[in-house]
Design a protein around this ligand. Structure first.
Ligand SMILES: Cc1ncc(COP(=O)(O)O)c(C=O)c1O
Length: 370
């Protein structure tokens, strides 16, 4: 008997546009056009978001590191950071020698809790690193007001959130710097890829230099005036990302459709809490997620195991980054701990059908009540 059709966790929608752009990149993206798609990608993202500057990068992790370096974070500085994320968020701070100070999340959005941010501020605090978790916008009004009060920089880890909005403004337009990912599981993909965006001219100049080995040619051709990094994106990769970014509204619609299929089926199920956008936000629902109110980590993991047996790929909540060996756990983060134990992100690959969502939902309900 053949195994049941795979229901993947994530994966892109690839149309003829992506194929055409990549072929164009292969055929024409060299010689005088070596950075043509990169420049077009940067412009497309900036135009879409309504920001001034973009630097496309090899991935979002290096864009976040670039953001931290550009803001001058260094040893002795503290950066208040959500405890719930993929570790790239925290390691991008660690790379600079600064200390991430982990704080808890809001149980309804899984984004950083502004009150917890306020309580974690010390004279060493230099910046706030927030994440628009799984495409759900963080509470930007509160975060920006705290940042203003204490003169802190704000970095938005907007990795999965292209197309999400907070009070009618796109995520990635609020902080001093924001970074998006085009990694293969995101809403717009290029395999690996990312972009740093900012409205600040000076930060853009500094980030551009840092991202291209500090090369200025000031004293001679190939002269470099600061320790920099080779963080720029490949033109061919940018060609694929560009096609996806040009389709972003269509991709958001697709993700929101998948979310609404889940919502219809799971909304009244006791024991399942759906993580929803706030009334004033638009989530891109990159990874539709739920919280199992009465389940332990072991019971949640049993459900994920059952899913795998049926060829359904879902993800557990992230572990607390504050517990990783290189980190310090300064504040209790009980909500992060509970989400880590009992959270699930459901499959939302672009190729999913309503029947797939129905199958996943039925199995989930059965398991939750088993
Ligand atoms: C919140 C968050 N930050 C950063 C990253 C890193 O992105 P990349 O894989 O493009 O380096 C990811 C990717 O999964 C992410 O989810």
């Amino acid at each position: 008997m053949s195994a049941r059709k795979k229901i993947p966790f994530a994966g892109p929608s690839i149309s003829q546009k992506e194929i055409d752009y990549v072929v164009d990149g292969v055929k024409n993206g060299f010689y005088e056009n070596y950075d043509q798609h990169t420049r077009r990608l940067e412009k497309a993202v900036c135009d879409y978001l309504g920001v001034k500057h973009g630097i496309a990068t090899h991935c979002c992790t290096v864009a976040l590191h670039l953001a931290c370096e550009t803001l001058g974070l260094t040893q002795g500085d503290e950066v208040i950071c959500t405890d719930f994320s993929w570790v790239a968020t925290a390691y991008s701070i660690d790379y600079t020698g600064a200390t991430p100070v982990f704080v808890d999340i809001d149980p309804d959005s899984w984004c950083i809790n502004p009150e917890a941010v306020r309580k974690a501020i010390t004279p060493k605090t230099k910046a706030i690193m927030l994440v628009h978790t799984f495409g759900n916008p963080a509470e930007m009004d509160e975060i920006l007001s705290i940042a203003k009060e204490y003169n802190l920089k704000v970095i938005e880890d907007a990795a999965p959130s292209l197309g999400a909005e907070y009070k009618n403004n796109k995520t990635g337009t609020f902080g001093d710097i924001a970074c998006f990912s085009f990694q293969g599981a995101k809403i717009a993909v290029s395999g690996e890829g990312g972009i740093l965006v900012t409205n600040n001219d000076a930060l853009f100049e500094r980030a551009s230099l840092l991202a291209s080995m500090g090369r200025t040619d000031s004293q001679a051709v190939f002269w470099s005036d600061m320790l920099g990094y080779q963080y720029t994106i490949a033109n061919l990769t940018a060609a694929l990302a560009l096609a996806q970014v040009e389709r972003i509204e269509e991709l958001v619609k697709m993700k929101r459709q998948i979310f609404s299929w889940y919502e219809e089926r799971l909304k009244d199920v006791p024991g399942i809490k759906i993580i929803r956008e706030k009334p004033y936000s638009r989530s891109n629902y990159c990874y539709p997620s739920i919280f199992l109110e009465n389940k332990s980590r072991m019971e949640r993991d049993e459900i994920l195991k059952k899913f795998r047996e049926e060829n359904i790929h879902a993800r557990p909540g992230f572990p607390q980054m504050s517990l990783f060996p290189v980190h310090q756990h300064r504040f209790p983060t009980p909500v992060t701990q509970r989400v880590s134990e009992s959270g699930i992100s459901l499959p939302a690959a672009a190729i999913l059908t309503e029947e797939d969502v129905d199958f996943v939902s039925k199995l989930l309900i059965e398991q939750v009540h088993a």
